[in-house]
Design a binder for this molecule. Structure first.
Ligand code: IPE
Ligand code: IPE
Ligand code: MG
Length: 243
């Protein structure tokens, strides 16, 4: 799919709900973890695809608050995979000038995961290209809740005296990022599953039947192409946009 590569026409922030690893594995008669292992190539494709286009932020939903309720062995397998992937990919991130960040309740992750993540964040801190944001132990409601708790503390202490939309944004874990213009979900499900609830108020949604391990940059281009053909009206009329 040919897309307009002018920076002004590209989303600055793409968010992805990487779904369908389990079904991908099942189709091959393999265990779910096999699907998670084969998801890494797709993560690389999405990251490199966004980096080469000059997208500023890519946020990947890697593990939700609700995913803690999966069978223990799967959760353990996912955490182990997270550690080994961060370890093996950090060099490539730097080669591609990608800066790593994480959002979510990181203190809930196993200690070795937290350590590996912090190290990779520090090592890639100086990179100036794409910022790759991993949403880990994250949910939109968790974020709005922690933001509200911190905001009410600051309000009580007199650090803030008014609460407006921008105030709320400042307390979210996505404070320093623009809202995503484009949200992609793979695997055919058409739901948000507690991802960036506040931030997607005016995000364009793109759903594809592709299962996450099969995601390649062509799918990213297809989503961006569809995005570029949408008219974003923000509540206004079509006529207002052209005058
Ligand atoms: C997405 O794939 C990965 C995570 C949620 C961690 P799934 O594991 O949800 O795969 P399906 O949806 O069961 O196919
Ligand atoms: C959403 O996928 C979470 C991630 C991709 C990390 P799920 O597979 O957990 O979502 P549901 O359960 O189908 O809504
Ligand atoms: Mg799923």
């Amino acid at each position: 799919m040919s897309i307009n590569r002018d920076k002004a026409n590209l989303p600055k922030h793409v968010a992805i709900i990487m779904d369908g690893n389990g079904r991908w594995a099942k189709k091959q008669g393999a265990k779910r973890i096999f699907g998670h292992k084969n998801a890494i190539k797709a993560v690389r494709e999405a990251t490199e695809g966004c980096a080469e286009l000059g997208v500023d932020f890519l946020t990947l939903y890697a593990f939700s608050t609700e995913n803690w309720d999966r069978p223990k062995a799967e959760v353990f397998g996912l955490m182990k995979l997270l550690v080994s992937t961060i370890r093996s990919e950090t060099k490539t991130l730097t080669k591609n000038n990608v800066k790593l960040r994480a959002i979510g309740d990181i203190s809930k992750l196993p200690a070795d995961c937290q350590k590996e993540l912090q190290e990779a964040i520090q090592l890639t801190e100086g990179n100036t290209g794409l910022t790759l944001v991993l949403a880990l132990s994250y949910s939109g409601r968790w974020d709005i809740t922690q933001a509200t708790q911190r905001m009410s503390e600051d309000f009580k202490e007199g650090k803030i005296d008014v609460i407006e939309q921008d105030t709320i944004k400042q307390y979210l874990s996505t404070a320093s990022m623009p809202d995503p213009e484009l949200l992609i979900r793979t695997s055919g499900e058409q739901r948000i599953s507690n991802f960036l609830l506040w931030e997607i108020a005016y995000t364009e949604l793109f759903f594809t039947n592709i299962l996450w391990p099969d995601f390649r940059r062509e799918v990213l281009h297809e989503a961006i192409g569809a995005f570029q053909n949408r008219e974003r009206r923000y509540g206004k009329t079509s006529e207002q946009l052209t005058t």
